[in-house]
Ligand binder design. Structure first.
Ligand SMILES: [Zn+2]
Length: 355
């Protein structure tokens, strides 16, 4: 009987040359697999995402690890793949990452706020994005989770006009207490209508039903910055070097993912408040952890000594190295077919048009 894991799929693009894709178990923050895909081998960046996810799933299958829940962004191809995969194997719940959803709403509100007479939309941007995090974390799983989450989400359109009771059995009124005076938006004003169009957009409201109850934003971010330390973004690495650097990042991450929160002299947990740039500088409270461990370095050194004893000539060592560190993600081509020239050309043009 396979164990069930909650996995999260994360992406890490660098100069569009490679994409690295990881599956993290959200309960333990352990990275279970990492895959490196070369952009030259797939049609476009969305296809790269999908290929990464498929390969990670293959690894889990080989290890006989079952998946109960998957958290991803809202890409169409990923959604389609998981729908089919679900029906082929056992049921998998597909959730959407809160961070991706909040970022997308926040960006749209800031864009709207740049327009003349729409400045108020930008002033509410952070609160509305934070509200989405609250919707995700405060709505327990159960029969009416989707309805409750949707009702909570759209209630923010009333809240910003100073109205705190809502026409919904699932969320009849805001849960905050009395609020201090503030400038509310005028209900029905042009800016309110435009803002409402963003918050209540059909696709977004539909997708709220799948908003992830697992918030692993901090762990994923810590992992991504670790990957950047092991493989700096603007340094070129060959495929095999890149892959090994990623694997080192995973080893370091997993060796340290179980670290406890550090405590002060009084025995209270230590916290830090940060304002990460990629979250629109929204404040995020983080637990300060105990010191990092590097015990794995000793194990790696021992491995080097063992390999030196095992392979007594350069050519034998080289042959073994080539077997474990392929120079490209070739199996993808063999299994899924090389992308057509048209697709490759189209994807190049697409990338150039973004600059
Ligand atoms: Zn309210």
């Amino acid at each position: 009987m396979p164990r069930l894991w909650r996995g999260v799929h994360t992406t890490h693009n660098r100069q569009a040359k490679y994409g690295s894709y990881s599956i993290m178990d959200t309960a333990s923050s352990t990275v279970l697999d990492v895959q490196l895909i070369q952009s030259s081998e797939v049609a476009n960046s969305n296809a790269m995402e999908l290929a990464g996810l498929q390969q990670c799933f293959r690894t889990l299958e080989q290890a006989q690890i079952g998946v109960s829940d998957v958290v991803t962004d809202r890409h169409t191809q990923v959604r389609a793949f998981l729908r089919t995969y679900r029906s082929l194997t056992h049921p998998i719940r597909h959730w959407f990452d809160v961070w991706h959803m909040a970022k997308s709403v926040y960006k749209k509100l800031m864009e709207l706020g740049k327009k003349k007479g729409m400045e108020e939309a930008a002033m509410w941007g952070r609160s509305i994005a934070s509200h989405l995090y609250w919707v995700a974390s405060s709505t327990p799983p159960g029969e009416f989770r989707a309805e409750q989450a949707r009702a909570k989400w759209v209630s923010v359109c009333n809240h910003i006009t100073g109205v705190h009771t809502h026409d919904s059995e699932h969320f009849p009124q805001c849960l905050h207490g009395p609020l201090e005076d503030r400038i509310w938006m005028i209900a029905g004003s042009k800016v309110h209508k435009e803002l409402e169009a963003i918050v209540k957009s059909k696709t977004l409201v539909k997708d709220i039903a799948q908003i992830s109850p697992f918030d692993q934003t901090a762990e994923v971010e810590a992992y991504h910055s670790l990957v950047c330390q092991f493989a700096p973004k603007f340094t070129h690495f060959s495929y095999s070097t890149m892959k090994i650097r990623l694997q080192l990042a995973v080893i370091h991450h997993n060796a340290n993912s179980g670290r406890q929160q550090a405590v002060n002299a009084a025995g209270d947990g230590r916290w830090a408040v940060q304002f990460p740039k990629n979250q629109g500088r929204l404040p995020v409270a983080r637990k300060l952890k105990t010191r990092q461990t590097y015990g794995y370095v000793h194990d790696l050194m021992q491995e080097v000594i063992d390999l030196r004893m095992e392979f007594d000539s350069y050519s034998r060592a080289r042959a073994s190295w080539d077997a474990v560190a392929p120079r490209s993600s070739k199996p993808l081509i063999a299994e899924e077919g090389r992308p057509s020239k048209e697709n490759v050309v189209a994807s190049h043009q697409h990338r150039y048009s973004q600059h």
